[in-house]
Ligand binder design. Structure first.
Ligand SMILES: Cc1cc2nc3c(=O)[nH]c(=O)nc-3n(C[C@H](O)[C@H](O)[C@H](O)COP(=O)(O)O)c2cc1C
Ligand code: SF4
Length: 687
């Protein structure tokens, strides 16, 4: 039963010629699938509609081969083949009564056309802004006419593909926003100079799109509420208000975001729910058209508050819809405790960054809807009456137990600590990472409601204890331990001269409360968030910190999750001394010897302690002991012993959750190891 307080979220809202069945709006987000994997993307978006999202949009969608963004797998609407691919999605979205939206996109200085080899065009001749050593060709009037024609034709193709909402994408540093900005638009013709001139192309494209498809499709504009430059969280609205006023009534819907992408899509370490509100304050007052905005909304109370206070009409969501495609339905059915809340880790974004299928820490079924047939809420019933013992209640063990329990198996889940959660429980106590605990909380909550899953805490199982349970299957999810010998990504062997042991620390020590007092080196040969967070914690505890990394920047892999720059900034602000491009050769308790990655020249750094954030070892002793029992043909041997998660191979939390989920799905099924998953490919010939 729905709580009447949330009724407002389920009101239909008119958007020009179409009507959304509720206020839940999945804003455009990439999937790492794009034009390359049409069936995977169609199934995934269809499931969001099934989960209650009233509007479901594509990722950014190229209008013409003159705008491509490989290696990032954008969508495209170039030809009949693309129309048929997109129709797969729109049909699935329509089956559930939702609207399908497409974000038509023109790259400009942010796309170098590395796939099509067409010269990229821009508002002016400018360097590519993504680090590719190319420039754009300055558009002349005929180019502008061509872009308008291509956009119009793409809108017509969108309509043919069945889309209900067609976007004009005028933000995020792409072509149209380059025209709007006084910084990038240095033209002297009727498209440059005055505010009116700089908004001209956006206006023309909105009008073209309305004229082409506006009879049956709503025209939406994605636009930044601010002009940027005000420092973190301090909006400088500047001329963006005037621009919005000038265009206010032209489109059917405003999709509003902000200039600072690291806030708009910020990781939870730095940015919390609803963080765009200060930027949005004026938007609804200058237009009568419906407004959607974002803010990693997972709390229905926050959503209602935003609508009631007139900040937005639609609750826009990318990540919350990825973590829980059924979020609207769960609110509608009063199942709030079943919501799988996004943890703000941005692993989903690495799919786009790396050009690979999207995955999610909280939702292991992301990208697997079509190729493995995994549904985020439904799971086949158990295949036998087997009992399962899961040892370790970290992310992998919890997810395995939850999904096995949902299938109907009798499950014992044993955890040696006094609390469940494993690494997410420990890591969530580090600075900024409190939302990591949602990985644990969602699963514990689910397990508690399952009579067939028993969780035993403080239960340090040995091989004999495990066998004594006489479980049919034993799953080892005992996690991994950080190494203290310096072996890491680039340091291929343990460091010879390293010690004394009491002055060498690992992240596990820090998380367990063993904190150094002397000036401390944090040596990062892992390159994700952990070293940076440990350095932050020590600095906050007034320990002088020297951060040393072999990469040229702090937490290099954080670029993939768009948190790198904020992480580095945080350490600078905390007074951490940062030494990049240096490897560690030795540490004797008083000083470390480090070497330059480029020249090999060595220098000595005084420090009384070192934290090695390098790599981890699986805690797999129990697994091997139990395997010996199976191999020894013992009477009480279980049918299978399987290791999952970090115990199998240490990785990110998302991989551990996936591993646990996969174990549960595959138990008592026949898996053809030679054809484990369906392989999606572009399968429509150009018509
Ligand atoms: C994986 C991912 C891909 C995204 N791709 C796009 C995109 O193609 N076009 C776009 O306008 N915004 C894109 N965004 C930004 C989102 O639309 C949204 O503005 C942002 O994620 C904040 O919303 P949220 O807090 O609900 O995630 C993407 C965000 C994510 C997480
Ligand atoms: S990967 Fe992380 S940030 Fe992205 S949706 Fe999932 S939980 Fe949220």
């Amino acid at each position: 039963m729905r709580d009447p307080r949330y009724d407002i979220l389920f009101e239909p809202v008119k958007i020009g010629p179409v009507t959304a069945r509720n206020r839940f709006y999945q804003v455009p987000h990439c999937t790492g699938l794009g034009w390359l994997r049409p069936r995977m993307v169609a199934e995934m978006r269809g499931i969001k509609a099934e989960g209650g999202w009233g509007v479901v949009c594509t990722e950014y969608c190229s209008i013409h081969p003159a705008s491509d963004d490989l290696p990032h797998p954008y969508a495209s609407l170039w030809d009949q083949g693309d129309i048929r691919s997109h129709a797969l999605m729109t049909e699935k979205v329509h089956e559930h009564g939702s609207l399908a939206g497409v974000e038509l996109w023109v790259g400009g200085a942010r796309s170098a056309n590395l796939f099509t080899n067409e010269t990229a065009f821009g508002v002016d001749c400018r360097p590519n802004t993504t680090g590719v050593p190319y420039h754009t060709r300055a558009m002349d009037r005929s180019d502008i006419r061509e872009v308008r024609r291509w956009h119009r034709n793409a809108a017509l193709r969108a309509k043919e593909a069945g889309f209900d909402v067609v976007y004009v994408y005028a933000t995020h540093g792409y072509l149209l926003s380059n025209f709007l900005s006084a910084l990038t638009n240095t033209r002297t013709d009727e498209y440059g100079g005055s505010l009116e001139n700089r908004t001209r192309l956006v206006r023309e494209i909105i009008e073209d799109t309305k004229e082409a498809v506006g009879d049956s499709c709503a025209v939406a504009v994605r636009f930044s509420a601010d002009q940027g430059g005000g420092g973190d969280g301090n909006p400088v609205i500047g001329e963006h208000r005037e621009m919005l006023e000038m265009l206010a009534e032209l489109p059917d819907l405003w999709d509003i975001n902000i200039k600072d992408y690291s806030r708009e899509m910020g990781v939870s370490r730095f940015i919390k729910e609803g963080s765009l509100e200060a930027y949005m304050s004026y938007v609804k007052s200058v237009t009568t058209k419906p407004v959607v905005s974002v803010g990693r909304f997972t709390s229905p109370d926050t959503m209602v508050s935003q609508v009631k206070r007139g900040i937005v009409d639609f609750i826009g969501a990318a990540r919350p819809s990825i973590a829980d495609p059924f979020l609207p339905k769960k609110i509608e059915e009063g199942r709030l405790d079943e919501i799988r809340e996004c943890i703000g880790c941005n692993i989903c974004y690495t799919g786009d960054s790396k050009g690979t299928p999207i995955r999610c820490t909280q939702n292991p079924t992301m990208s697997e809807e079509w190729r493995r047939g995994w549904h985020p809420e439904n799971i086949p019933e158990k295949g036998s009456d087997s009992t399962v013992l899961v040892i370790g209640a970290g992310p992998a063990g919890l997810e395995a137990a939850r999904a096995l329990g949902k299938r109907g198996y009798q499950v014992l889940l044993a955890e040696k600590e006094q609390e469940p959660g494993g690494r997410v429980a420990r890591e969530s106590r580090l600075p900024g990472l409190s939302e990591w605990a949602r990985v644990r909380d969602y699963r514990v909550q689910q397990i508690q409601s399952m009579p067939n899953v028993e969780l035993y805490l403080d239960s340090n199982m040995k091989a004999d204890d495990a066998l004594a349970t006489e479980s049919d299957h034993i799953v080892i999810a005992t996690g991994a331990t950080w190494r203290a010998d310096g072996l890491g990504v680039y340091t291929h062997t343990p460091i010879d001269e390293f010690g004394p042991a009491e002055q060498v620390f690992t992240p596990d020590d820090i998380m367990a409360g063993r904190i150094p007092k002397d000036p401390t080196i944090v040596f990062d040969d892992d390159h994700y968030y952990m070293a940076s967070v440990i350095a932050e914690k020590l600095a906050a505890d007034n320990v002088p910190v020297i951060f040393i990394t072999q990469e040229p920047i702090v937490s290099a892999w954080g670029d993939m999750t768009s948190e790198q720059s904020r992480g580095q900034r945080r350490l600078i602000e905390l007074g951490v001394r940062i030494i990049t491009s240096h490897g560690l050769t030795a540490f004797d308790g008083q000083r470390a010897l480090i070497g330059c990655e480029y020249t090999g020249s060595e220098q000595s750094i005084d420090a009384g302690a070192i934290v090695t954030v390098t790599s981890r070892r699986p805690n797999d002793r129990l697994f091997h002991e139990l395997c010996n029992h199976i191999n020894g043909d013992s009477d009480c041997a279980p049918k299978s012993v399987t290791r999952i998660g970090d115990c199998e191979a240490p990785a990110i939390i998302a991989a551990a959750v996936f591993s646990g989920h996969r174990y549960a799905r595959e138990l008592d099924t026949v898996v053809d190891v030679d054809a484990r998953i369906k392989y999606d490919r572009v399968f429509f010939e150009d018509g």
